[in-house]
Design a binder for this molecule. Structure first.
Ligand SMILES: *[C@@H]1O[C@H](CO)[C@@H](O)[C@H](O)[C@H]1NC(C)=O
Ligand SMILES: *[C@@H]1O[C@H](CO)[C@@H](O)[C@H](O)[C@H]1NC(C)=O
Ligand SMILES: *[C@@H]1O[C@H](CO)[C@@H](O)[C@H](O)[C@H]1NC(C)=O
Ligand SMILES: *[C@@H]1O[C@H](CO)[C@@H](O)[C@H](O)[C@H]1NC(C)=O
Ligand SMILES: *[C@@H]1O[C@H](CO)[C@@H](O)[C@H](O)[C@H]1NC(C)=O
Length: 192
């Protein structure tokens, strides 16, 4: 009896969450570093907490000399006994990307930040670069729930200059379809 009540409660909770809950992304930490202070100075690189479930990213850095040849190494990691490489690992010519938008994964990242950054132009880049109050995190791709780390390493003239690394937590949409719902109900029943 006790167990049945529990099963009912779980099914109800699962059905309830399935009705309205979208996948959930929360940035949990941001770490930036300059490898060459005479080219890139990072003034500010922080998350601001809006609520328990929402944070915003703010980055403010100065490129002391113009950067004309920029490449980006992007690598995603997923936490499982430490961070392990996860699907994304590529290097692109960032100047070419800003001219052609020619890389699908870079485009996903670009589409997220283009509204809230000062970088919407082609190379060269010089002076103050910012990402301000970035909080509209919506990934157009499904991911398994978990803790992730997106490492972005920036090179000028082929040499590493700075990194912008963002940690985030992703919680999968619990029940996008009714068939999934049926399956989970059935599996609860077999436990009785
Ligand atoms: C560091 O920055 C200076 C100034 O722009 C540049 O001349 C030098 O080549 C850079 N060093 C490295 C290792 O990238
Ligand atoms: C960027 O950071 C520097 C150093 O903290 C600060 O002086 C400057 O006002 C900031 N700029 C903007 C536009 O936030
Ligand atoms: C970009 O800005 C437009 C207009 O302000 C807004 O409707 C849209 O949701 C924003 N997109 C992102 C990804 O922030
Ligand atoms: C970026 O710049 C292009 C070309 O100047 C412009 O058409 C576009 O609306 C800009 N996008 C954003 C998000 O500011
Ligand atoms: C950028 O710099 C690297 C290293 O010096 C060089 O191999 C590459 O050809 C340059 N790219 C462009 C587009 O000039």
């Amino acid at each position: 009896m006790h167990q049945k009540v529990f099963i009912f409660a779980v099914s109800f909770l699962v059905a309830y969450l399935g009705c309205g809950e979208a996948p959930f992304v929360k940035m949990t930490n941001a770490v930036c570093k300059s490898y060459n202070q005479s080219w890139v100075v990072v003034h500010y690189c922080r998350l601001k907490a809006y609520s328990r479930t929402k944070t915003s990213l703010n980055i403010n850095a100065t490129f002391i000399e113009p950067a004309k040849n920029i490449s980006l190494h992007a690598k995603a990691m997923k936490k499982a006994n430490g961070y392990k490489p996860f699907l994304v690992d590529f290097t692109i010519d960032a100047c070419e990307f800003m001219r052609r938008r020619n890389h699908p994964v870079a485009k996903i990242i670009w589409n997220l930040i283009k509204n809230v950054s000062t970088v919407n132009h082609t190379c060269p880049y010089e002076g103050l670069q910012m990402v301000s109050d970035f909080h509209h995190v919506e990934l157009p791709i499904p991911l398994p729930s978990g803790d992730y780390l997106l490492l972005l390493d920036w090179m000028f003239d082929g040499k590493p200059q700075f990194a912008t690394n963002v940690y985030f937590t992703f919680i999968e949409d619990l029940l996008p379809t009714s068939s999934k719902h049926r399956r989970s109900s059935l599996s609860f029943r077999t436990d009785v």
